[in-house]
Design a protein around this ligand. Structure first.
Ligand SMILES: [Ca+2]
Ligand SMILES: [Ca+2]
Length: 139
């Protein structure tokens, strides 16, 4: 039991460490270029119920204000931003419907294979909590 607690604490600490900035490819000197190749641009933000880009729920070229309309509210565990590079090619991911609550940005051309290791900018865990997303231009 003590070991399990320690593991959970470690996971929580990792999530906190990864909070606070828009998500780009990890540990790459040129994140956008490095990340672009695995995901051919199709103009859409892909959300998946499971980690590893499995069990796709939706691929949206527009904003989605409530994931309940997609049938995967509070279920998303991996995402890919394969929008066309250009204006409004980044995405805000929100914990609550209506583009509210905790949020975290993801740059164009980036995928997150497992959200359990990521947190919103305020430190809240991202896995199985997303409820809306909106295209934007991240700084
Ligand atoms: Ca899930
Ligand atoms: Ca939610």
């Amino acid at each position: 039991m003590r070991k399990l607690t320690r593991l959970l604490l470690a996971a929580g600490a990792s999530a906190l460490l990864l909070a606070g900035t828009p998500i780009a490819a990890q540990a790459e000197p040129h994140p956008v270029q490095e990340a672009a190749s695995p995901f051919a641009a199709d103009g859409k933000f892909h959300i998946y119920r499971d980690a590893g880009y499995k069990n796709e729920c939706a691929a949206s070229s527009g904003n989605v204000s409530d994931y309940r309309n997609l049938g995967c509210n509070d279920q998303v565990s991996s995402v890919i931003n394969s929008g066309y590079p250009g204006n409004f090619d980044d995405v805000w991911m929100y914990k609550d419907a209506g583009y509210t609550g905790s949020r975290r940005g993801i740059y164009n051309g980036v995928g997150i294979i497992d959200l359990q290791w990521f947190a919103y900018d305020d430190g809240a865990p991202m896995n199985d909590t997303m409820s809306s997303h909106k295209w934007t231009n991240l700084p």
